[in-house]
Design a binder for this molecule. Structure first.
Ligand code: RTP
Length: 150
């Protein structure tokens, strides 16, 4: 756990199609995390196979890649205290049927195969995912010069 921990959060194609991007970003802002990278990406199957490399061989893997490649995703990096663990708890359980109300999946999703968002499950995987989705690097900034924020 660190104050400047970073996590990779992604709105999946169904979340984008359903107009949930603003709500999901709003939740991370309101919780107190800092947005340090964001882009809309229509990922290729090859890129998604790298992201989900540890799931290769699972029966749902081909369908997962097809779903994730079906439209653009919103790729984001959020930073702040315990960002990985807190990000996962904000998303809710992988299967939305087990996600508590008040979580993103618990409020907006029903099916495990259409669970609208992704969040890194460890600090190590967050760093790997950030490098995969933002190979161009991340602009670091501070609010120090924002004199209009008190
Ligand atoms: P994510 O990586 O998307 O945040 O999900 P996760 O860690 O909570 O879950 P993981 O086990 O890594 O699964 C990745 C994604 O694969 C889809 N999935 N489908 N039984 C199924 O049909 C099934 N199981 C998993 C979900 O989209 C899940 O988020």
């Amino acid at each position: 756990m660190s104050v400047n921990e970073r996590t990779y959060i992604m709105v999946k194609p169904d979340g984008v199609q359903r107009g949930l991007v603003g709500n999901i970003i709003g939740r991370f802002e309101q919780r107190g995390f800092k947005l340090i990278a964001l882009k809309l990406v229509h990922a290729t199957p090859e890129h998604l196979e790298k992201h989900y490399a540890d799931l290769k061989g699972k029966p749902f893997f081909p369908g997962l890649i097809q779903y994730m490649a079906s439209g653009p995703v919103v790729a984001m990096v959020w930073q702040g205290l315990d960002a990985v663990k807190t990000g996962r708890s904000m998303l809710g359980a992988t299967n939305p049927l087990a996600s508590a109300p008040g979580t993103i999946r618990g409020d907006f999703a029903l099916a495990v195969g259409r669970n609208i968002c992704h969040g890194s499950d460890s600090v190590e995987n967050a760093e790997k995912e950030i490098a995969l989705w933002f190979p161009e690097g991340i602009v670091q900034y501070t609010h120090d010069q924002a004199k209009w924020i008190f």
